[in-house]
Design a protein around this ligand. Structure first.
Ligand SMILES: Nc1ncnc2c1ncn2[C@@H]1O[C@H](COP(=O)(O)OP(=O)(O)OP(=O)(O)O)[C@@H](O)[C@H]1O
Length: 255
């Protein structure tokens, strides 16, 4: 085993979140190895989105710790976590409808380089930014539509653009929030293929109900039920665990 495999990309220790008297996340201690393809599954309302919101700093934890690449980031801002290598996609489209993919990703790259708004009108003239944006969009199967207005893209392409946008931050840890949700059947395999083709050096934590994607993509699966970690293991272990089947698989899951 190499040193890279021994270090963790992400670790939570006793992470909890209460909304009033309701514990949406309860004492979650989770380790994600560097370079892992780790999936987080669980029934609706299990607390998966809350967990991602705690990881990214969208909501503060009630108690517990979040460590990113061996650094305690529990009290670091959302932007600070992005700067340290954590990026996420969202379940709901939050893209600029009137921009093209090349403008959207170009802007994110310029922002990453600290040039943000100053580059707004000049993104198209900066060849390094444009070259990187083109390469990223091509890898995400968006090369042919990179000059289209985002609002006119098929839904699956918009979901891919969300991932490209997160990848423009050059993350070390990428949090994918249901990338296949709502994608029509004829576009689904493009999304699955692109997720599987993400660079191996980027650690991925995937939240997903699509079990075909989870079982083909993940090397480790954690199951969340009623805000608590219920089970964790490899694909074989989780897919055949009768307790997991009883609470999740075969019920809510889109298998
Ligand atoms: N801001 C909030 N205030 C109060 N309750 C909340 C808040 N956010 C989430 N909850 C509650 O926490 C529980 C977990 O919600 P969460 O969205 O994290 O689950 P989930 O596993 O992501 O569900 P789904 O798979 O349906 O997206 C739910 O009962 C939800 O109603």
């Amino acid at each position: 085993m190499t040193l890279a495999h021994q270090t963790l990309a992400l670790q939570t220790l006793g992470l909890s979140k209460s909304f009033g008297g309701f514990r949406a996340n309860s004492d979650i201690s989770l380790c994600v190895a560097r370079g892992a393809r780790h999936a987080l599954i669980g029934p609706n309302g299990a607390g998966k989105t809350t967990f991602i919101n705690l990881l990214t700093g969208v909501v503060p934890a009630t108690s517990g710790t979040v460590r990113l690449l061996d650094e305690d980031v529990t009290r670091v801002s959302q932007q600070g976590r992005v700067k340290r290598g954590m990026a996420r996609t969202y379940q709901i489209n939050q893209l600029f409808a009137d921009l093209t993919p090349i403008e959207t990703v170009g802007l994110a790259i310029a922002e990453r380089e600290g040039a943000g708004a100053r580059w707004w009108s000049r993104v198209g003239q900066n060849s390094a930014v444009v070259d990187e944006a083109e390469a990223l969009l091509t890898r995400m199967k968006l090369g042919e539509v990179m000059m289209w207005r985002t609002a006119t893209l098929p839904y699956g392409k918009q979901r891919l653009l969300e991932i490209a946008l997160a990848m423009a931050c050059k993350p070390k840890l990428l949090l994918l929030d249901e990338p296949a949700a709502g994608v029509p059947e004829d576009e689904r395999h493009d999304v699955l293929d692109s997720v599987e083709a993400l660079p191996q050096d980027v650690t991925v934590l995937l939240i997903e109900h699509d079990m075909e994607l989870v079982f083909s993509f993940a090397d480790r699966i954690s199951v969340l039920v009623q805000g608590q970690l219920f089970a964790e293991g490899g694909v074989e272990e989780i897919s055949t665990d009768p307790r997991v089947k009883a609470v999740y698989l075969g019920e809510d899951a889109h298998v």
